[in-house]
Design a protein around this ligand. Structure first.
Ligand SMILES: *Cc1c(COP(=O)(O)O)cnc(C)c1O
Ligand code: SF4
Length: 414
């Protein structure tokens, strides 16, 4: 705070924080120790993906530790320039699943959409998966584009869940957010809106009483944030989360597993415990995506599974996130984790617990299911019926016994 020569009032004003984000090496070297090579590296990396660190987040960096987990998420490194053959501009094919090229909607799953409403962030995370959009002025989330997104949702009655993201969904003005939430909840089929925002971590000053008043007006708003390390849970962040909880917003967290930052079971466990203390449910732990310049952040998938192995059963179930790999090519999130089913037979299943105890759970002697109730839930919601995805294989009305890709070579043979 002293360095920035800011008054306490300025430092706690998110607009001041946003305006004073650190964007150049010259500013940065006043805060942390940088060697000449490091400075050169940062300058090169900046040509590929800009830097912007809020003074608040910068103040959490240990100025002398090059491996500081806060620093690693915020300060560029030359490793970002390394190109690997599999790296993809849009690893999750979010653009492919969009109604049009300029659209801010990604409609991948049957009943929910991702709606990008801003390309601003409190801090540009070095591990960002949306580097091509974030901080890029070409992606302009003008009112026109947002109105088109709303129109798309209005025209698709199957959409019951809207995820607002960006950039950061809370780096729009209070007025715009209020208007947008109002428009969304005016659509009869929109049941919930989820806000994706990292401001509680990188710019907690953005969580103002005025913002909370807006959020409180809408009964079905959820918020997912992005804490990656227990060091990020500061008094300021706690205060922001407490204000959101008080406004009645259910809180979740999505972390990314990052080499050198949090790829340790103890760190993740501590993080998840700290999250629960601020009423925040660990939701997902993401395997790092195949975006360009992220190779140095990637861990093996098996490390993630090992981390879950060391959480499940060993600590509160509430503290265990779902570990997911977002499938390259747009297949969406695939949960992976330890296997607990060892074997199965007609009479029972053999399971193991977190301690390695192996047990047999007998299946009921006769079990079959038939709909006997006069409920009509599935008639009104065709999406609830089985007969989609893998469940097609179970469905008696379908005589499908195998799911095969259209491009199967042997199909072309005869
Ligand atoms: C992650 C994601 C969602 C939401 O997935 P949930 O598993 O419901 O949290 C929706 N759309 C897209 C494109 C996503 O990447
Ligand atoms: S806050 Fe999210 S969108 Fe913004 S730079 Fe970080 S990871 Fe990317």
């Amino acid at each position: 705070m002293n360095y920035f020569n800011a008054s306490e009032e300025e430092f706690s004003d998110w607009k001041w924080q946003y305006r004073h984000r650190i964007e150049t090496v010259e500013e940065l070297e006043k805060l942390i120790q940088l060697s000449e090579t490091e400075k050169e590296d940062i300058k090169k990396a900046l040509e590929v993906f800009p830097m912007a660190i809020s003074p608040y987040y910068a103040s959490l960096i240990d100025p002398t530790d090059p491996n500081c987990p806060i620093r690693m998420q915020a300060v560029p490194s030359s490793a970002e320039l390394k190109k690997s053959s599999w790296e993809l501009e849009d690893p999750l094919c979010e653009d492919k699943d969009s109604p049009s090229e300029e659209s801010c909607i990604t409609h991948r799953y049957p009943d929910r959409v991702l709606f990008l409403i801003s390309n601003r962030c409190g801090m540009y995370c070095r591990h960002c998966t949306r580097k091509r959009r974030v901080g890029n002025r070409e992606y302009d989330y003008s009112e026109k584009v947002i109105r088109e997104g709303l129109e798309y949702i209005r025209e698709h009655p199957e959409i019951r869940d809207v995820l607002l993201s960006g950039g950061d969904a809370l780096l729009v003005s209070d007025e715009r957010l209020d208007w947008l939430l109002g428009e969304l909840f005016d659509i009869p089929h929109v049941e919930i809106v989820r806000i994706g925002s990292r401001v509680p971590v990188t710019l907690p000053q953005r969580i103002t009483p005025e913002l909370c008043e807006i959020l409180e007006k809408y009964p079905s708003v959820w918020l997912n944030t992005h804490f990656n390390h227990p060091k990020e849970i500061t008094p300021e962040a706690k205060k922001a989360m407490r204000m959101l909880a008080k406004a009645g917003v259910p809180l979740g967290n999505q972390s990314v597993l990052l080499r050198g930052v949090n790829d340790c079971p103890m760190v993740i466990k501590k993080l998840c415990h700290e999250l629960l203390k601020i009423k925040t449910r660990p939701y997902y732990l993401y395997q790092c995506d195949l975006s360009f310049g992220l190779e140095h952040f990637r861990t093996s998938v098996s490390r993630g599974i090992e981390i879950i192995e060391m959480l499940r059963g060993h600590t509160s179930g509430l503290a265990v996130p779902t570990f997911v790999v977002d499938a390259p090519g747009g297949g969406g999130k695939i949960p992976v984790g330890p296997n607990y089913l060892i074997s199965s037979s007609d009479t029972g299943v053999v399971l193991r617990n977190y301690e390695g105890v192996i047990c047999m759970y007998p299946e009921p002697e006769a079990y079959s299911w038939e709909c006997q109730q006069a409920c009509s839930i599935c008639d009104k919601h065709p999406g609830l019926k089985s007969g989609t995805g893998i469940a097609k294989l179970y469905d008696e009305e379908n005589d499908i016994i195998a799911l095969e890709p259209e491009s199967l070579e042997r199909k072309k043979r005869f």
